[in-house]
Write a new protein. Structure first.
Ligand SMILES: Cc1cc2nc3c(=O)[nH]c(=O)nc-3n(C[C@H](O)[C@H](O)[C@H](O)COP(=O)(O)OP(=O)(O)OC[C@H]3O[C@@H](n4cnc5c(N)ncnc54)[C@H](O)[C@@H]3O)c2cc1C
Length: 335
């Protein structure tokens, strides 16, 4: 389907009432291939739009937004306890998690309740509660938007990093992901080390997949604002990784600072804590604000503009840099 001059209010979780010149949706891969073949050689501004839960539009989008609406969750194969499940790019991520957990298939449970669609999962390498999507992704199927050719990416080719992948780097804007294949298990090794996950589960009496999912969802509902009620895009910034000497200096001034060792050899600091130390938690300027329970979340209380939210994020970045000498990197993509 092709829509012209379309409002994006329902397509972005900040609830911003911006417009796009054109929105093209595809329910089937063949139609998308045909579209890109037909448009080969035509110079036009294109961008893929998923659930819009990691985007901040600072104004109208003058170009074409491509929205994958490919459905279908498929059990591709089973060998012993190992299971391959695939999902179309348009499947709501949490529907996939729910469906696998309900079938006793583990691997995605810690990533319960993250907004957005399946197609964005490899782009973002979503993560939460000690888990990262890249640990389960077996293959990513995508169409090259410049000529309509199909390519399947191995996990190595995806070059996954912390909230990062090749689709955000050298191949940014070049591929429309249509289907993602996950390597899961009917006998999963549960990851319960994050925060109070284990304690909460012990209270429930059993560490079943369903209980892990329930615990994660309860914890997320308690901490994060629901985008249906208050516009937001989750964590606005990434947690920065600093050198051990910088971390040591922070620790000496703030003994309770939340520091974690990072596989890179550096030390990860909770960005929300840095922002809170700068006094931003719960601050509100008109309809743009910083969430009162989690300083990492910038919120639209109703009629803030994308530009106002962006300007607030810049003020936060500057104050953290001034106080701690650390430059925060955005997790949310500013358009
Ligand atoms: C309340 C809340 C909580 C959140 N919690 C978490 C969390 O715990 N962990 C976490 O990692 N994230 C979290 N997020 C961020 C967000 O949900 C994820 O980044 C999600 O994967 C974005 O999916 P989306 O479909 O909305 O993508 P969009 O925001 O629409 O797009 C994100 C990027 O991916 C690209 N893209 C999307 N789909 C495709 C595709 N099919 N092919 C190619 N490129 C594509 C877009 O062009 C864009 O560059 C949260 C967001 C909210 C609102």
């Amino acid at each position: 389907m092709i829509y012209e001059n379309v409002s994006l209010k329902k397509y972005n979780t900040f609830g911003l009432n911006v417009k796009a010149d054109r929105l093209v949706t595809f329910k089937h891969e063949e139609n998308a291939i045909h579209f890109f073949e037909q448009n080969k050689g035509i110079d036009q501004k294109l961008m893929v739009l998923g659930g819009g839960s990691n985007l901040l539009f600072t104004g109208d989008y003058h170009g074409t937004l491509i929205r994958p609406e490919m459905e279908g969750i498929t059990l591709e194969g089973k060998t012993g306890n190992d299971v391959i499940v695939s999902a179309g790019a348009g499947v709501i991520w949490d529907k996939l998690v729910e469906s696998t957990v309900n079938k006793g298939i583990g691997g995605l449970e810690n990533l319960s309740y993250i907004p957005g669609l399946v197609g964005a999962v490899p782009v973002q390498n979503i993560g939460a509660y000690g888990a990262e999507a890249s640990k389960t992704i077996g293959k990513v199927r995508a169409i090259n938007v410049t000529d309509g050719t199909v390519r399947e990416f191995t996990p190595e080719e995806c070059k996954f990093g912390y909230r990062d992948s090749i689709f955000k780097g050298e191949l940014k804007g070049k591929y429309l992901i249509t289907r993602v294949y996950f390597r899961l298990s009917t006998k999963p090794k549960l990851s319960l080390e994050y925060g109070s996950l284990k304690d909460e589960l012990n209270k429930m009496g059993s560490t079943s997949l369903g209980n892990v999912r329930k615990t994660v969802i309860n914890s997320r509902i308690a901490k994060l604002p629901d985008p249906q009620l208050i516009g937001n895009a989750g964590s606005f910034f990434k947690n920065p990784v600093v050198t051990p000497s910088v971390a040591e200096k922070i620790k000496s001034n703030y003994p309770r600072a939340p520091l974690f060792s990072d596989p890179s050899g550096g030390i990860k600091i909770a960005a929300g804590w840095l922002i809170e130390q700068c006094g931003w938690k719960g601050k509100r300027f008109g309809d743009a604000g910083v969430h009162d329970k989690q300083a990492l979340v910038i919120v639209n209380y109703g009629n803030a503009t994308g530009l106002e939210l962006f300007e607030l994020s810049e003020k936060i970045r500057i104050s953290v840099a001034e106080k701690f000498g650390i430059t925060l990197e955005r997790e949310v993509e500013v358009i």
